[in-house]
Ligand binder design. Structure first.
Ligand code: HEC
Length: 153
């Protein structure tokens, strides 16, 4: 199960990396080639609650921070948008490694893989400085909250 997820996420990252290689990005903006295994050291895996509080709770919600940043229009701090998108990729990978409190494992894997995929594409859009594309994936991620909670929370 886990190795299949790793393979799916890995393939996605490679596909996006190949696509990205056509546009120049600065070193600090590039996704670090981290793997799910390396990030998930035993005893260090954050719980679903911790991930939700860190990345989704109103005050510090990464999605809200990105949306606020995009509202600045001419003065968008792109490195901030890139960084927060990267945090969401990480959050998605950590979610995938957790077991949901309820609901089928296969559904959880599908949802968390989709979450990571959208975060990867949002990160890519941020590197390309495309407000339109970042917004598109922001909306996609927002639409996932309620349906995932309905199934797994
Ligand atoms: C892949 C599934 C999934 C997605 C997507 C998801 N959540 Fe959650 N969320 C959960 C689960 C499962 C819990 C319950 C965790 C528990 O109680 O152990 C939860 C709990 C929460 C909590 C309560 C945390 C706490 O302190 O108890 C908040 C707030 C939250 N989610 C916000 C969001 C928002 C906002 C989004 C969308 C931007 C979102 N979540 C997307 C699965 C998801």
């Amino acid at each position: 199960m886990r190795s299949r997820l790793v393979a799916v996420v890995g393939t996605l990252l490679i596909a996006v990396a190949a696509w990205q290689s056509r546009t120049p990005v600065t070193a600090e903006e590039r996704i670090q080639p981290d793997t799910v295994e390396r990030e998930a050291k035993p005893g260090q895996l954050p719980t679903i609650k911790e991930i939700m509080q860190e990345s989704h709770k109103c005050r510090t919600s990464y999605l809200n921070l990105i949306r606020e940043e995009l509202a600045h229009e001419t003065e968008i701090q792109w490195p901030e948008v890139v960084e927060k998108s990267r945090s969401l990729i990480h959050a998605g990978k950590m979610l995938a490694l957790n077991d949901p409190p309820r609901g089928a494992r296969s559904s959880w894997e599908k949802r968390t893989t989709l979450y990571v995929a959208n975060a990867v594409l949002m990160h890519d859009a941020a590197e390309r400085r495309s407000v339109e594309d970042v917004n598109y994936h922001l909306k996609k991620l927002r639409l996932m909250c309620v349906s995932c909670h309905g199934e797994h929370r």
